[in-house]
Design a protein around this ligand. Structure first.
Ligand code: C2O
Ligand code: CU
Ligand code: CU
Length: 478
């Protein structure tokens, strides 16, 4: 339904048993009982309100990744949505406390008795996140963003897709309907009882001084899920399909190719990046995808024999993590889709000379008071510190250097990749990005305009464990 001119959705965050592995139920944290959460589809410039109710046992934070969102709805890591169950309980035990404001966080330590005004509770149990979606059409995703706990929350299931469309994109004639497939790729590990295994929850893996955290590099699973299903086989027509691929893994990198039964690699014609359509298609047979990146590619199955399988393979995987999913070409079919030579004319074309300043950031491991961590410019994340202040409308060049692999993400804005270690960007750097994969030892220059809204935003490594271990910083737009 609608209210106040915005499309309105309601999502309940709750525990649910989800059948991920056949015949096995896995207790997960979910948006509305499923993994991934419900896919939201929106039109460019048509505001959406998503009302979240938190029935999980912990506070949560909702962030729309890739959204051009006012700071109040961007999901700052300490801007908590408190758990409804605990909150009601705390109202019982905090009679008259009068400080139940957002983030007051007295869920576990209240003392007192009685609850008298249920209306006071209602305003605290749910929260409206408002997304203007005044932005290029793109595949966005929403996920948890709580400070220090983002990685395990996403791992437990708090992720879903949000697609923004517009008339210009619809008119291009790209494969659509059942031939447009959003694919959320995420690895997970399962315990013998079907539950998700996450090493940080295992007390035998606790960090001791001088011992490297076993998950310092990020947590990997040995089961590859696509849209919540392990290694799915999807039946397709012998026709072009648009695959809208998101790497929603906490830490796993992929290099994807589509291989036919006779060992042929199909062309992956990239039409879009994180922040929507490219200016013109770019043809790959293989492309890397780091955590949180999106690639929008068209694959033509018309040359594959009927009944044939096309395997999507991760060249960086080994054993069973080498396979991602497969397509079975089921039937001949007419195809009136096309891939226009000109896809989009509204891609920002900032030049180096537009930049009013250049900033340098080093993404590196280091020591924090809590032990080994991941730092930006030598510092771990501190919500009380402003790392970068910029002015609305300013164009800046950022030089990002890395020790090991770090996928770096900026909230609010899209950016272009200017260079990699002094050389031209790679073919897969085309278009407007919001996450760029820094390879080990590499220096990457990006350019952006801080556009949209004033307020406090973030930039961080999107290896979710790195993010939780400090590799995040504040960006204040004034
Ligand atoms: Cu996908 Cu700051 O997040
Ligand atoms: Cu984001
Ligand atoms: Cu990192």
């Amino acid at each position: 339904g609608t209210s106040g001119g915005a499309d309105r959705y309601e999502i309940t965050q709750r525990e649910a048993s989800v059948e991920i592995l056949p015949g096995v139920t896995t207790p997960m944290w979910t948006y509305d009982g499923t993994f991934p959460g419900p896919t939201i589809e929106s039109r460019r410039g048509r505001p959406v309100t998503v009302s979240h109710r938190n029935e999980l046992p912990v506070p949560t934070v909702v962030h729309l990744h890739g959204g051009r969102t006012p700071a109040a709805s961007d999901g700052y890591p300490t801007d908590l949505l408190l758990p409804a169950g605990r909150q009601e309980h705390s109202m019982h035990v905090e009679h008259g406390s009068g400080h139940m404001g957002r983030g007051s966080g007295h869920m576990e330590h209240g003392s007192g008795h009685g609850m008298h005004d249920p209306r006071a509770v209602v305003s605290e149990l749910t929260r409206d996140y408002t997304f203007p979606l005044d932005q290029r059409p793109a595949l966005l995703w929403y996920h948890d963003h709580r400070m220090d706990f983002t990685a395990p929350a996403i791992w437990r299931g708090l992720a879903g897709l949000h697609i923004v469309r517009d008339d210009a994109e619809d008119a291009l004639g790209l494969p659509a309907g059942p031939r447009e497939l959003p694919l959320m790729i995420a690895d997970r590990a399962f315990a013998a009882d079907g539950g998700l295994a996450y090493p940080a929850l295992d007390p035998t893996l606790r960090v001791r001084p001088g011992v490297r955290e076993p998950y310092l590099a990020g947590v990997l699973g040995d089961v590859i899920l696509v849209n919540g299903a392990p290694w799915p086989v999807h039946e397709v027509d012998a026709a072009r399909h648009r695959l809208r691929i998101l790497n929603a893994s906490n830490a796993r990198h992929y290099e994807l190719e589509a291989v036919t039964g006779d060992g042929r690699r199909l062309d992956l014609v990239q039409v879009g990046a994180d922040q929507g359509l490219l200016a013109a298609p770019v043809v790959h047979t293989l492309f890397p995808i780091a955590p949180a990146e999106r690639y929008d590619v068209v694959v033509d199955f018309s040359g594959v024999p009927i009944g044939g399988l096309v395997r999507v393979v991760n060249r960086l995987g080994s054993g069973r993590t080498r396979d991602v999913m497969a397509f079975r070409v089921a039937r001949k079919a007419a195809d009136d889709s096309r891939i226009p030579r000109a896809l989009s004319a509204d891609l920002p074309a900032w030049r180096r000379s537009d930049a009013v300043r250049v900033r340098d950031f080093a993404f590196r491991a280091g020591q924090t008071h809590a032990g080994h961590g991941w730092l930006i410019g030598g510092l771990p994340f501190d919500p009380a510190r402003t790392d970068v202040t910029t002015r609305l409308g300013d164009v800046e060049v950022w030089r990002l250097v890395a020790d090991v692999h770090h996928p770096v993400h900026l909230h609010l804005v899209g950016f272009r990749v200017l260079s990699r270690s002094g050389r031209q960007p790679l073919p897969h750097d085309a278009g407007l990005k919001d996450t760029v994969s820094l390879r080990p030892g590499e220096a990457v220059e990006i350019i952006t305009r801080f556009d949209g809204y004033r307020g406090r935003y973030l930039f961080h490594c999107h290896n979710a464990e790195h993010e939780d271990m400090g590799m995040m910083a504040n960006l204040e737009i004034v």
